[in-house]
Design a protein around this ligand. Structure first.
Ligand code: HEC
Length: 302
């Protein structure tokens, strides 16, 4: 064998060895990240099962504020499905929330619901991936309880939990990006207290539902851990150039509920405007009032 060929062979073997090393490292790092457990004291809330008013409230929040059954998440029937299923990210799976076979929540106690919804921790004490618990953190206990009561009232769906199966990029993201809500939530922070109404105080509670995608500062940007096909979220701070500083309330309401921006273009459905189409006017006003108070930031400073 000539020297050049031999060097080439060595190089090839070396490259494959390096790949194996990188992949092995990723695999171990990602398995550790996914398997790491967190002991979190939590508390029980009373789930108002069978209470018509609470079920109505839960139905509203699920469908028009929290979008738990968004088409790409737990699905319209709450039976779960893949949120992302594309190599090299792999599969990220939103599980079955009904009482049917394959459910992960069938035996959940009220404190288990609090742990996942407020803190992003699953029953086995590991962190939930992608699940936007930071969106629900600001809502009062009664609202979370109403949401759980409504979900529990849904017909059982038998669908196996396929679970996550990450490819190399998915593994890398578990190490390099904030893909666990648990890491983003200030677990000790006092929740904003406000009565429902068209006020900035209630808006501060409602805005929780926007932070998972628009970021804690609301200035938008790439959604962490997302499929590369997911669009970046936009800047909804009052920045006049890259945000919504030049918008009127009517522009905001129109974009939020019909997806049509002031320049006439339509927002992609990743922004859940179809769900927000059913949002109460008071809640839309509350969001708007609160958004007037947040510091203007250039786009992309999540
Ligand atoms: C699941 C992710 C997601 C959630 C939750 C979400 N958004 Fe969005 N939003 C987006 C994306 C992505 C875009 C950009 C879509 C596009 O460019 O077509 C967007 C765009 C917008 C726009 C248009 C801004 C512009 O300059 O055109 C507004 C306004 C908006 N969102 C408000 C909100 C509010 C208020 C909430 C909370 C009630 C919210 N969004 C929740 C993903 C989300």
């Amino acid at each position: 064998m000539g020297l050049i060929k031999r060097l080439g062979l060595f190089g090839g073997v070396g490259f494959i060895g390096l790949l194996a090393l990188v992949f092995g490292g990723l695999y171990i790092g990602s398995s550790n990240a996914l398997g790491e457990t967190y002991q979190l004291e939590t508390y029980a809330i009373e789930i108002p099962e069978g209470d018509d008013d609470a079920l109505e409230r839960g139905k509203y929040l699920v469908n028009h504020v929290m979008s738990c059954n968004h088409s790409d998440c737990h699905r319209a029937d709450f039976g779960g499905g893949a949120v992302i299923d594309a190599q090299p990210i792999g599969r990220v799976y939103a599980p079955n929330l009904t009482t049917g076979e394959g459910s992960v929540t069938k035996d959940y106690k009220p404190e288990d619901w609090v742990r996942i919804l407020r803190h992003g921790i699953k029953r086995d004490n590991t962190r939930a991936l992608i699940m936007p618990s930071e969106d629900y953190h600001s809502f009062p206990d009664e609202d979370l309880a109403a949401v759980v009561a409504y979900i529990k009232s849904q017909p059982p769906v038998n669908r196996a939990n396929e679970g996550h199966s990450l490819g190399p990029i998915g593994m890398l993201l578990t190490i390099s990006e904030p893909v666990f809500a648990y890491d983003k939530i200030d677990h000790k922070a006092e929740r904003p207290k406000a009565e429902r109404g068209p006020t900035k105080e209630w808006g501060k509670v409602m805005i929780g539902a926007c932070t998972g995608c628009h970021g804690a500062t609301l200035s938008g940007g790439k959604i962490p851990g997302g499929d590369p096909s997911w669009p970046a979220s936009r800047n909804i701070t009052p920045d006049p150039e890259t945000g919504i500083g030049k918008w009127s309330y009517d522009d905001f309401k129109k974009a939020l509920t019909t997806g049509v921006r002031p320049d006439g273009t339509t927002l992609l459905e990743m922004m859940p405007w179809k769900a927000y189409a059913g949002m109460d006017e008071d809640d839309i006003k509350a969001l708007w009032e609160y958004l007037q108070t947040v510091p203007a930031k250039p786009a992309g400073n999540r």
